[in-house]
Design a protein. Structure first.
Lengths: 576, 370
């Protein structure tokens, strides 16, 4: 209902412009309205549906805050909220400092560039793997038959320790990327000034380095916290009887069909996301404002002792990270841990051809491919239109808000909203329910923010006057779009497509609510395999996802370098 | 250079109007950027909109281009009302401060950007592009990309692109401000030459008064969204219509004074005669005097408007100097005067030395205070 009326307002404002503006402006507004309408349907409406559900009982009559009161009076549920919070905090405390040290080594040491590049790539591999993978791997290392089980001296990996380990692995690259950016944005002149004043290394670190990285640290912490509190995959596999919010939502909805209670927990889950989202947004703005045009980049000086210490640290971290993915790979290649260690491709054959989930991997490939192509197109078009169309009025802030809002909504909550909203037989969009189309649209919506920001950044680097020049030359805006904007932004668009592909391959939390046996995806299949104890096939499928994503990244960088050389030779040309 | 200003203004009597701006108003929220602007632009002239930042000159240009919409008023181009037309339906070429050259297209493709769309055949386009590149003095750069050219060269390509479709009006938005000082001076002459060669009516926005003085047929001085004065560069410089114009264009000395009537004014213990400026006796005024409007030759105690000046400081500028002087009749007030290097030697003008000079009565302007 709500989005329909919003849509009407847009139509009216577009009509008002008709008299004054030409066809170009009208086309731009129509296309933008379509994208806005899509975001309303696939983001706002499901959220609204959850909100409504939280105040209804099982029969669908209004009960006010009763569900919330029941929630607070259920000790088990309150316990899992507390569990979620403290586990997330511990992950922040481990992941952020260790990523900071790693980022420091990458930006401030004089290790050879090739070594840094290798460290960096290894550290970013967790981005490509579903969060289930690390949990499975830690089960293999430390579980009941784990190789390193004796290290736990009688303790169990299932529960908080496992979740923490798996999430540290999963969040490490997220924190690392933010901190590398924060640390590389430092002004070298400040260090030179400090040196000229005879400042010692420790004081330089506390007075220059840390303050400069402060916002990066805050941003990394909120990102890690939000990731952990809303992640579903790792606690599902390694959580044991240790309950957290994300798993509660799943249990309430799938296990007990209690949508109202699921909605209540879902709303609670949004809360930390929204808070950290706001903090993160404020902080990111400050990071950008920090660096002035006059800053000169910091150039580290070689110091054999600290350089080798930092190198050693990176080596240890990389060993851990490789140990996780390596164990998954090993598990997928042996017959049966720990009884039969002979190498085999059986598990791969099983998940790809023999089992009843043979569809899953192909489904994932198709879904990711479609998401990548259509997602990149939609996101870029939306960003282009709000950046380059003059006099948009309200449409601009509304579009920007929706685009950024999607990041603040945990996938699990969005997925729950999809069941409630699209499963409703009175909804005209009901025909989408249980289709691959809806899965694709949910993934595009869920990961809209990052692509949108990439596109906006690329577009902002274009001269704002291109469109004005074009219209003075009587060239329609879409000609300029295809002749200039699109070619110049092509690297950014490909980057968005690659991002969409990788996240679509690994995403679990949103789609876990809306798949059907026909549209089952690889990640969901992994979850089921793990539930039935088929660790070998589960690992095989997880490794397939990682390998596919690595392959796509390789193709992407090969393609972009060839393409850059071919069609983008205007870049990096020296003056003659 | 012809210095008869009157003839330049009269010259327009039988020249057609290229653009008529009538009562243009523009408000941004509570801020009024333009109050009731009226302006006529003549066929083939180079008009400069000059003013400090925030004076509304760029807003006016963007309204003429259709990139902003006015809240009230009309614009007629060659008699046609274009007030509410979108940019694409108006007839102009535009050059921005940032050049806005398409980075992924070659120079030739940039220049032909507007031609291709008009379905002109390929040979004609090629010939036109070559003609334009030759016109802007870069005949061999057609196959290069914008990033391979210097700022000044890019600016000339932007100009060629804007002229390619033979627009009736050329709009230049601070075209030189992104260039370094030397290049700027060189391009000033270049753009002016091109404009006269092509004969295109041109409106240029600038905050640089030197640029306006050296390039324009007429200058429109703007401040706080109103037009302070319209005139030839010489009129603007010699006969500023308001204290703002006097202050903004060129250097000027300001002396607070009281009118004595009959074109005479008292400042400190000095009584000055100013030709052509009359204020009722007792009016507090400010006297405006350019640094070069002083007499050195044959100054005696009988010379009117004579000063007993003492040189306090000298700023060396190369071929000329600015000397800051104080004089006993004016208490603490100092005045700056402009001398050629030769005059510095001939009249022995040195720090600490007295110098006898007189103010040109015909050049002093008096404006009532407040």
């Amino acid at each position: 209902m709500q989005h329909a009326s919003t849509e009407k307002t847009f139509a009216r404002s577009a009509e008002g412009f008709l008299s004054k503006l030409n066809l170009d402006a009208l086309i731009a507004r129509i296309v933008l309205s379509c994208i806005l309408f899509g975001l309303c349907c696939f983001l706002l409406a499901p959220l609204w549906a959850i909100l409504v559900n939280a105040v209804l009982d099982k029969q669908g009559s209004f009960v006010g805050l009763t569900n919330f009161i029941i929630y607070i009076q259920t000790p088990a549920l309150v316990q899992s909220a507390w569990n979620s919070i403290w586990v997330s905090l511990i992950v922040v405390l481990i992941s952020v400092p260790s990523a900071f040290l790693f980022a420091y080594a990458l930006t401030r040491s004089c290790l050879p560039d090739s070594v840094k590049a290798i460290f960096r790539i290894i550290a970013l591999i967790p981005l490509l793997s579903p969060s289930l993978l690390s949990a499975i791997s830690f089960v293999q290392w430390f579980g009941n038959q784990g190789l390193l089980k004796p290290l736990l001296s009688g303790g169990s990996i299932y529960g908080a320790p496992g979740i923490i380990l798996a999430e540290v692995y999963n969040t490490f690259p997220h924190a690392l990327m933010i901190l590398v950016t924060a640390l590389s944005l430092s002004d070298g002149r400040l260090y030179e000034a400090a040196n000229a004043l005879g400042t010692n290394a420790f004081r330089k670190f506390t007075t220059i380095t840390l303050p400069a990285a402060k916002y990066g640290l805050i941003s990394a912490s909120t990102v890690v916290f939000t990731y952990v509190i809303s992640d579903f995959g790792a606690p599902k596999v390694i959580g044991g009887n240790f309950n957290v919010l994300a798993v509660d939502v799943f249990k309430q909805v799938i296990g007990q069909h209690n949508f109202s209670m699921g909605a209540v927990v879902g709303l609670l889950l949004i809360l930390p996301s929204v808070i950290s989202f706001v903090i993160d947004n404020v902080v990111r703005r400050k990071i950008r404002a920090q660096l002035t045009a006059r800053s000169t980049p910091f150039a580290p000086k070689p110091n054999r002792l600290t350089d080798s210490l930092m190198g050693l640290y990176c080596l240890i971290v990389c060993t851990f990270l490789l140990g996780v993915i390596g164990m998954a790979l090993y598990t997928s290649l042996i017959k049966l841990w720990p009884y039969n260690l002979s190498l085999t491709f059986d598990h791969y054959r099983f998940v790809l051809f023999e089992s009843d989930i043979a569809l899953a991997y192909t489904n994932s490939l198709v879904m990711s491919g479609i998401t990548a192509v259509s997602g990149a197109m939609i996101v870029f078009t939306g960003a282009y239109l709000i950046e380059k169309t003059p006099r948009l009025g309200l449409m601009r802030p509304v579009m920007h808000f929706l685009a950024v809002l999607s990041m603040a909504v945990p996938g699990l909550v969005l997925g729950l909203g999809y069941i409630v909203f699209f499963n409703n037989p009175h909804n005209p969009l009901n025909f989408l329910y249980q289709t691959m189309t809806l899965i694709v649209l949910s993934t595009i919506t869920h990961y809209y923010t990052s692509g949108h920001l990439t596109a906006v950044t690329a577009l902002k680097q274009l001269d704002n006057d291109f469109e004005a020049v074009s219209s003075s030359l009587k060239v329609p805006f879409y000609v300029t779009f295809f002749r200039v904007t699109l070619p110049v932004c092509l690297p950014a668009i490909l980057d968005i497509a690659r991002y969409y592909f990788v996240v679509a391959m690994a995403t679990l939390s949103c789609v876990v609510f809306i798949y059907t046996p026909d549209t089952i995806l690889a990640v969901i299949a992994i979850m089921h395999l793990d539930e039935s104890g088929e660790i070998g096939p589960a690992s095989a499928l997880a490794c397939l996802i990682v390998l596919t994503s690595i392959l796509i990244c390789l193709i992407y960088s090969l393609f972009t370098s060839v393409m850059l050389a071919r069609t983008q030779k205007w870049r990096n040309l020296a003056r003659t | 250079m012809q210095l008869t200003s009157a003839s330049q203004t009269d010259k327009h009597a039988n020249v057609a109007l290229a653009l008529e701006i009538r009562g243009i108003q523009k408000r941004f929220e509570s801020f009024t950027a333009l109050h009731n602007i009226d302006l006529s632009v003549y066929q083939g002239e180079m008009l400069c909109l000059l003013g400090p930042s925030g004076c509304g000159k760029t807003t006016l240009l963007r309204i003429i281009a259709g990139l902003e919409s006015q809240n009230a008023g009309h614009i007629l181009q060659g008699g046609r009302d274009i007030s509410n037309l979108p940019p694409a339906k108006r007839d102009y070429g535009i050059v921005f401060q940032s050049y806005a050259l398409f980075p992924n297209l070659t120079i030739a493709d940039n220049v032909s950007y507007g031609l291709v769309n008009r379905r002109v055949n390929r040979q004609e386009i090629k010939a036109r592009v070559q003609e334009l590149l030759t016109l802007v003095g870069l005949p061999t750069s057609g196959n290069k990309y914008p990033s391979q050219l210097s700022g000044g060269q890019q600016q000339r390509i932007a100009l060629a692109r804007a002229l390619a479709t033979k627009p009736g009006l050329l709009l230049l938005d601070e075209p030189l401000s992104a260039l370094d000082a030397l290049e700027r001076v060189r391009l000033r002459g270049e753009i002016r030459r091109l404009q006269q060669e092509v004969g295109v009516t041109t409106i240029m926005v600038t905050h640089d008064q030197e640029e306006a003085l050296s390039m324009a047929d007429r200058i429109v001085v703007m401040n706080h969204g109103i037009i302070e004065q319209i005139g030839t560069p010489q009129e603007i410089y010699e006969q500023p219509a308001s204290p703002f114009v006097a202050d903004f264009v060129g250097k000027i000395n300001v002396l607070p004074a009281i009118s004595l009537g009959a074109q005479r004014f008292r400042t400190g213990q000095l009584e000055l005669h100013c030709e052509g400026c009359d204020h009722p006796a007792g009016t507090p005024v400010n006297l405006y005097l350019r640094p070069e409007d002083r007499l050195l030759e044959n100054v005696t105690s009988q010379t009117p408007n004579r000063l007993n000046a003492l040189v306090k400081r000298i700023e060396f500028l190369g071929g000329s100097c600015i000397a800051e002087v104080s004089c006993s009749e004016l208490a603490d007030q100092t005045l700056s005067f402009h001398f050629s290097l030769n005059q510095m030697h001939d009249y022995d003008i040195r720090v600490g030395q007295p110098v006898a000079l007189a103010l040109r009565a015909s050049r002093i302007r008096a404006f009532a205070q407040g």
